[in-house]
Design a protein around this ligand. Structure first.
Ligand code: GLV
Ligand code: GLV
Length: 336
């Protein structure tokens, strides 16, 4: 059997590259590929599998011309890939679920605490030499204990966030298509309640987003939703930027429609909406939800293992569209 070739758009942390190099030939572009270049690189028939980042966009046109067996995404989210188009072309798509759940839930909790307690403002205050000693009303924030956390979506990361929030004495509610029965809830059984989206938006002190980005969730939090939130409430987003209408959020934060926002993701990364970075009531992180050394290394291992399995014609461990089936790889060149 010929050794497979991997197109790796951005080098993976250890042990990802070592695993890929042991299994086949690894091609890493000298600089990041822009959209057309990615499409061109995927269409040559020279690569069996693409190892991709969430910043690499695989749209219908790119996939229609692609001659690869699979795409191994170095992320749990895969909204950068038009999965339906990939499936039609017999191209498998893989992700890295599970291993970043705790780290991302930690970051959601961090954003809740940091935003409520004005951590970034307080740090800047001290560093700029303004701290003159204890004052009764210095940098007062909001209570987390006793507050209601509303989770939009109730997948792995939302549930891990719920566990943390309960530890902080928060009341936890969620909205999801179906009510999750207690026997599926483990330690959360009897401690969380499902409500309708509108009620969740109206009643939460912290509204935290944990849904994937799809046509249905694009701008789920729009000007109307922001207006429906309590003026004392905070919006937390560790999922995907376009779930929030970011310009409407800037207006809401500026006009005091809501109290604050803690964000790790943005609509047009790496840009942020005009005015957002000037707002003191926003905590802004650069998409670091899964950014711990051990998590990124485990993601690299899963991502490489998925890529190697696809290159060998085996079913990978984490396919997003198993129905695409390796064998039907219609887009892939025949190898001699
Ligand atoms: C990061 O955003 C991921 O989807 O893994
Ligand atoms: C993502 O992994 C989720 O299920 O929340």
């Amino acid at each position: 059997m010929t050794r497979p070739t991997f197109l790796v758009t951005t080098p993976l942390p250890d042990p990802g590259m070592r695993m890929l190099e042991a299994a086949g030939e690894v091609v890493v572009p000298e600089r990041a590929l822009v959209a057309d270049e990615l499409g061109a690189a995927c269409s040559t028939g020279n690569h069996d599998v693409v190892v991709a980042q969430l910043t690499d966009v695989f749209d219908e046109a790119t996939l229609a011309a692609a001659a690869v067996r699979g795409i191994s995404n170095y992320a749990v989210g895969y909204d950068n890939v038009d999965v339906a188009a990939a499936t039609r072309r017999g191209i498998l798509v893989c992700n890295t679920p599970g291993v970043l759940t705790a780290a991302t839930a930690d970051l959601a909790m961090l954003l809740i605490l940091a935003t409520a307690r004005r951590c970034v403002e307080a740090d800047a205050y001290l560093r700029s030499g303004q701290f003159r000693g204890w004052q009764p009303e210095l940098l007062l924030g909001s209570d987390v204990t006793g507050a209601t956390l509303g989770l939009v979506g109730f997948g792995r990361i939302a549930r891990a966030t719920a566990e943390r929030a309960l530890g902080f004495g928060m009341t936890v509610r969620y909205t999801a298509r179906r009510e999750v029965p207690d026997d599926e809830l483990g330690p959360l059984a009897g401690r969380v309640r499902r409500v309708e989206f509108d009620e969740l938006v109206r009643t939460s002190d912290f509204l935290s987003l944990h849904v994937p980005l799809t046509d249905d969730t694009h701008h789920l939090i729009d000007a109307d939703a922001l207006r429906a939130m309590k003026p004392t409430a905070y919006l937390i987003n560790t999922s995907r930027g376009p779930i929030v209408d970011e310009r409407a959020l800037v207006d809401a934060l500026r006009d005091g429609q809501i109290a604050g926002a803690g964000l790790d993701v943005y609509e047009q990364e790496p840009e942020v909406a005009d005015g957002l970075a000037e707002l003191p009531n926003a905590t802004l992180l650069p998409h670091v939800g899964s950014a711990t050394r051990s998590v990124r290394s485990t993601m690299a291992r899963l991502c490489a293992a998925n890529a190697i399995a696809m290159a060998r014609g085996e079913m990978p461990e984490h396919p997003v569209n198993p129905e695409a089936r390796l064998s039907s790889g219609t887009g892939h060149r025949a190898r001699g």
